[in-house]
Design a binder for this molecule. Structure first.
Ligand SMILES: NC(=O)c1ccc[n+]([C@@H]2O[C@H](COP(=O)([O-])OP(=O)(O)OC[C@H]3O[C@@H](n4cnc5c(N)ncnc54)[C@H](OP(=O)(O)O)[C@@H]3O)[C@@H](O)[C@H]2O)c1
Length: 300
């Protein structure tokens, strides 16, 4: 039995960003926000798919305040451009859902020198969140310090939701020396998802008292485009897995539910907090990961 988010919260006057919202769990999350009157920004890499999703959400909900903005998590330049655009065009940001993700990406470095899957699933969401929190950044390594508005803090109480996976459990001891090394398709994905959890823990620690809270989650095993690489898996998924609407419930719950601030930094499954996975209990590692990540994305 899937737990559905039961919150009746109205989101009129609020603004949310959902990354990777042209399909799957992200689409369903954005659709629910739009139903509740939210201004929803679909942060997607593919313009055609994103505009189709936007039109569909607007038609289904009657909410015209749904817009597409380009974001390709393969590129830190794209993340910076996106954040710059948001910071200059939006006057508030109540919810950021770092939902976009991919698996089985090839072993190659992005132009920023980052392992592709780490860039898409972890480093870029890390940078994006920081830029929307008004962190300072250096441009083109020339040490030009730019201070950005902190939309999330200005709109507090606000939330950052990081979509991880239960597969993070399979990494019992994250090796920070191999962060940017391809360690096999399966291991790579699990590693990125564990980073999402450590990122959430350290972000919560750093944001204490700011009114911005953050949570990570496993959405369940969900039938989406994630299985598109295999016809057999896709067929099995269509019969046995959660639907995308069901898979979006924990993201929606964490974005809307009142009174969950005491769980700041914690990991959720099926709309409930769960014990930290074995490999996600090292506070020092969370701190070190943050410091390394800052350097890797040019924040320090
Ligand atoms: N499905 C599951 O069983 C499951 C289980 C655990 C965790 N998750 C996590 O749930 C999240 C959503 O996955 P899903 O199942 O809904 O998969 P999905 O249907 O494949 O959706 C993934 C979304 O991420 C976007 N994306 C991929 N690479 C991107 C990039 N470089 N820049 C910007 N956007 C990018 C995709 O865009 P395109 O459409 O352009 O490719 C798509 O919108 C992911 O973080 C995934 O790791 C899923």
């Amino acid at each position: 039995m899937v737990n559905f988010c039961k919150s009746s919260k109205c989101l009129i006057g609020k603004t949310a960003i959902v990354t990777g919202s042209n399909t799957g769990i992200g689409y369903e999350t954005a659709l629910e926000f739009a139903k509740r009157g939210c201004r929803v920004i679909l942060a997607c890499r593919n313009q055609e798919k994103a505009i189709q999703a936007r039109d569909q959400i607007a038609a289904l909900t009657g909410n015209e305040n749904v817009l597409f903005k380009h974001l390709d998590l393969e590129s830190l330049d794209s993340v910076r451009e996106f954040a710059k655009n948001i910071n200059s065009t939006e006057d508030r940001l109540d919810i950021l859902v770092n939902n976009a993700g991919a698996a089985n990406l090839p072993d190659r470095l992005t132009p920023d020198g980052l392992q592709l899957e780490m860039a898409v699933n972890y480093f870029s969401p890390f940078l994006l969140t920081n830029l929307l929190l008004g962190m300072r950044w250096t441009e083109n390594k020339n040490f030009l310090i730019i201070s950005l508005p902190d939309l999330l803090k200005q709109s507090a109480p606000s939330r950052v939701i990081n979509v991880s996976s239960v597969l993070a459990k399979l990494i019992s001891n994250l090796n920070l020396d191999e962060l940017n090394k391809h360690t096999g398709d399966f291991n790579m994905y699990n590693k990125t998802k564990l980073c999402n959890i450590y990122f959430t823990q350290e972000l919560a620690r750093r944001l204490q008292g700011s009114g911005v809270t953050t949570y990570s989650l496993h959405p369940g095993v969900v039938h989406t485009d994630f299985q598109r690489f295999s016809n057999v898996l896709n067929y099995i998924a269509s019969k046995c897995f959660k639907t995308a609407e069901e898979g979006a419930q924990t993201s929606i719950y964490l974005s809307l539910e009142d009174g969950i601030e005491e769980y700041n930094g914690q990991h959720f499954e099926d709309c409930k907090p769960v014990k930290p996975y074995c490999g996600a209990r090292d506070e020092d590692k969370a701190k070190k990961l943050w410091e390394i990540s800052e350097r890797m994305v040019g924040l320090k």
